[in-house]
Design a binder for this molecule. Structure first.
Ligand code: HEM
Length: 242
């Protein structure tokens, strides 16, 4: 069974790499590269950091518990890896947001006017709340077992919702950027499908394929980490064995 998992996991890693290569190439090759100076090049960090943090790293962190070789590890180790990866994802998304806010401020564009920005800001708000609740509920030693067990289904459901929000934010952001740039200041309109548009439409498809693969892996019950009460059982074992 685990070789089927590793086949899909390999596919997920390939999609992760392709999404990264596509989003960086788009901004390097067609959008002029990167800067941190409130210019148009400052904006280019936004898609790269959002896709890297809220899609690729987030999706990979979501399936950490499903990787069979992690089942030999203590659950606490998995929890720390999951929380650590989510923390880096959160940091990247905050940086990505600051890139677009700083750019808007630099060139006097109003903030939070589009449907993309509304869905996007809700995504980051939900993600931050989920991370803090996860930390308090699952990692603080003082949190009682009844809190953990009642929080777990909500945490899993919210985690999936946040990924859907992230995918919707990315697709709407890509579409908005292509409409704004190609229709506003480029030789060929979006509807004429210049090479940039084809390339970036592919990026959108890759992001959707990545999201579908994460959900595919989360959907298969057999790939869930065996629930053996390992933490408590291990503690008990170390207490009774000399
Ligand atoms: C999870 C991913 C994303 C989130 C959470 C997100 C969030 C946001 C937010 C909150 C804003 C508003 C900033 C402001 O008003 O100053 C914004 C702006 C923008 N984003 Fe994203 N974004 C994401 C991905 C992307 C991607 C992949 C692109 C592709 C280029 C993109 C393109 C844009 C554009 C063009 C704007 C400026 C216009 C506007 O405010 O709608 N975004 N984004």
């Amino acid at each position: 069974m685990s070789h089927i998992f590793y086949f899909f996991y390999g596919l997920l890693l390939c999609l992760s790499l392709l999404c990264e290569v596509f989003v960086v190439t788009w901004n390097l090759h067609w959008r002029g590269g990167f800067a941190w100076d409130r210019s148009l090049l400052h904006f280019n960090w936004h898609p790269v950091l959002m896709v890297s943090g809220l899609v690729i790293l987030y999706g990979n962190a979501a399936i950490v518990y499903r990787i069979p070789f992690t089942w030999k590890q203590r659950k606490l180790v998995c929890k720390l890896v999951h929380a650590g990866m989510m923390f880096v994802a959160l940091l990247l998304s905050m940086l990505g947001l600051s890139a677009v806010f700083d750019f808007h401020q630099g060139v006097n564009i109003p903030n939070l006017y589009s449907v993309h920005s509304w869905v996007g800001i809700s995504t980051v708000f939900l993600f931050s709340s989920q991370w803090i609740l996860g930390l308090v509920g699952f990692l603080l030693p003082c949190s009682p077992p009844w809190i953990r067990s009642s929080l777990k289904p909500v945490h899993i459901w919210m985690g999936k919702m946040i990924l859907i929000f992230s995918l919707a934010s990315c697709i709407s952001g890509i579409n908005e950027k292509l409409l704004l740039t190609l229709n506003g200041m480029s030789a060929a309109m979006y509807s004429e499908l210049p090479v940039e548009a084809v390339f970036v439409n592919f990026l959108g498809m890759l992001i959707v394929a990545f999201g579908v693969s994460v959900f595919g892996i989360l959907f298969v019950k057999k790939w869930q980490r065996p629930e053996d009460g390992s933490e408590n059982a291990r503690l008990l074992l170390t207490e009774v064995t000399p």
